[in-house]
Ligand binder design. Structure first.
Ligand SMILES: Cc1cc2nc3c(=O)[nH]c(=O)nc-3n(C[C@H](O)[C@H](O)[C@H](O)COP(=O)(O)OP(=O)(O)OC[C@H]3O[C@@H](n4cnc5c(N)ncnc54)[C@H](O)[C@@H]3O)c2cc1C
Length: 480
């Protein structure tokens, strides 16, 4: 009898635990299985994928290759410039190895869905079946709907429904597949780097902050659950506490898929079961809920993938496109210490604390009144956890163009945010060395006389609110 040969096309799901597509491909215990990963540099450039994210993914693949090898599953690599080359490359691979079925986990972005439709068609013409599975969200998009069958655009009722579903059916994690008895290929070499995707972060920071792979992700989760989860609600807004498990720092692992949202929730639910409900654990579950929420929104309103605002009327806002001001924001030279420390954290580590993402995004879109799409793009180009739905959701929240966004009249004051969330100025001192000798509260708004190297504030905050209100108040009313 000929052994069936299946292929798993890995994308944002680089793990062997709890991987729906991998489990489905291995359901026939006699089937020989291979995995494949597609390198598409031109597409990545078009999608603004950061060099540090590519580096993280390559390192994750190297760890994954070892785990797959234990299961006698080779990891193959194909390379084409962009998505348009994938149908042909996969068809040829299937032909070469006599593969009859391809499995993958769905990515919900518009271009990715179009790519998969083209692959399905190309494979069908060769007699290869294509199976796409829901896996990326804890609860499948399209199953959490309002009473009249629509996607939720507001988080709180979404979360209520989402959580009820999770609590009703216990979270079932899929086991690691059993070792294959037959193997039909050897693994390909995983490149050390991809031309055009140099990481902007030094390798010592990369390796100490971001060890790659499934094992590293699980260690991060365990450490956070042990040390951070209980007091997450109290600590999550203080960037200084990041190293002390103030937040989980799991976002790069979730974005690459070296851990699943279900695994995270399962750990939180187990904690809740053992220790009872605490504000910390409930808040963290809620944050994973935001991740699911923005993916559901992307499925319900795909225009958010196409640089369009969720609130259609805000397309009329005459955002500024001032390159000099934008550059000062990018460089962390705004003269607002918390904003500058945050932007420098992004440049130095490839990551930024959530509170700071809100502060700098609000500063760019409200204080400078610069187009949120510029900030969204810059973030993608520098984040190790760059993820279209979460990034777009965060930017549209801050710019007040999104669903359930910050009201346009609620504008963060970066000095007050600094006093509140970095009260001793320790985070600022870490990233803005020009200010490290300022020991008192004036670090939040240094007096010009104290400074020689640090810039003066680039914007007069007294005119910020008027400008924002004047543009938002007079928008035509449009509904989606
Ligand atoms: C302007 C802006 C841009 C953002 N861009 C991204 C992005 O590209 N990729 C990304 O993963 N997150 C993004 N976020 C959301 C959030 O800032 C990060 O997920 C979080 O800082 C990651 O740190 P953590 O893993 O320690 O999070 P924790 O606080 O430990 O939360 C656990 C997980 O929940 C999810 N999560 C938490 N907050 C949010 C949120 N507001 N929206 C969606 N998911 C959330 C993440 O997957 C996170 O890893 C953005 C937020 C803003 C305001």
């Amino acid at each position: 009898m000929n052994t069936a040969r299946h292929l798993v096309w890995l994308r944002a799901d680089l793990r062997i635990n709890d991987n729906t597509a991998l489990a489905a491909a291995c359901a026939d215990k006699d089937a020989a299985v291979a995995c494949v990963y597609a390198i598409t540099p031109v597409q990545w450039q078009q999608h603004d994928v950061a060099g540090i994210r590519v580096d993280f993914e390559l390192r994750t693949l190297r760890a994954l290759e070892k785990s797959l090898d234990q299961l006698s599953i080779p990891l193959l690599i194909i390379q084409t410039d962009d998505f348009s080359g994938i149908p042909d490359a996969l068809s040829r691979l299937c032909e070469k190895h006599q593969i009859t079925a391809v499995h993958c986990n769905i990515q919900y972005e518009v271009n990715e869905l179009a790519r998969d439709a083209a692959v399905k068609q190309a494979l069908a013409s060769k007699g290869v079946t294509f199976h796409s599975h829901h896996d990326q969200c804890a609860v499948t998009p399209g199953t959490v709907l309002t009473n009249d069958g629509r996607f939720y655009s507001v988080f709180t009722p979404f979360k209520r429904n989402w959580l009820a579903r999770l609590e009703a059916g216990a979270i079932r994690l899929l086991p690691i597949p059993i070792r294959r008895r037959h193997r039909f290929a050897e693994s390909d070499n995983i490149p050390a780097a991809i031309k055009g995707f140099d990481s902007h972060v030094t390798s010592d920071i990369t390796l100490s902050w971001w060890p790659a792979g499934e094992e590293a992700a699980l260690e991060r989760l365990t450490s956070f659950v042990e040390h951070g989860l209980k007091r997450y609600d109290e600590q999550r807004d203080f960037p200084e506490l990041t190293d002390n498990d103030g937040v989980s720092r799991l976002s790069p692992y979730l974005a690459a898929g070296s851990i699943s949202a279900r695994q995270c929730l399962n750990a939180a639910f187990n904690y809740r079961h053992q220790h009872g409900s605490t504000k910390g654990v409930e808040q963290w579950i809620s944050e994973i809920g935001w991740r699911d929420f923005y993916k559901h929104v992307m499925v319900g309103w795909p225009r958010v993938c196409k640089h369009r605002p969720f609130r259609l009327e805000t397309a009329h806002i005459p955002w500024r496109h001032d390159e000099n001001d934008f550059q000062r924001w990018c460089d962390g030279q705004t003269g607002f210490p918390l904003v500058d420390a945050a932007m420098r954290q992004l440049r130095q580590t490839g990551w930024m604390h959530n509170r700071l993402r809100m502060v700098v995004a609000m500063f760019l879109t409200k204080d400078l009144f610069i187009d949120w799409r510029w900030g969204e793009k810059f973030f993608m180009q520098h984040l190790i956890d760059g993820d279209l739905s979460a990034n777009n959701g965060g930017w549209q929240w801050s710019a007040s163009t999104g669903n359930d966004a910050a009201p346009y009249f609620r504008i963060f004051n970066p000095v007050l945010q600094s006093e509140r969330f970095d009260p001793k100025g320790n985070f600022i001192r870490e990233y803005v060395p020009e200010l490290q000798d300022i020991r008192d509260k004036s670090i939040h708004q240094p007096k010009p006389s104290l400074l020689s190297l640090y810039p003066e504030p680039m914007v007069d905050r007294r005119m910020v609110k008027d400008r924002v209100l004047s543009h938002f108040r007079n928008l035509p009313s449009l509904t989606a």
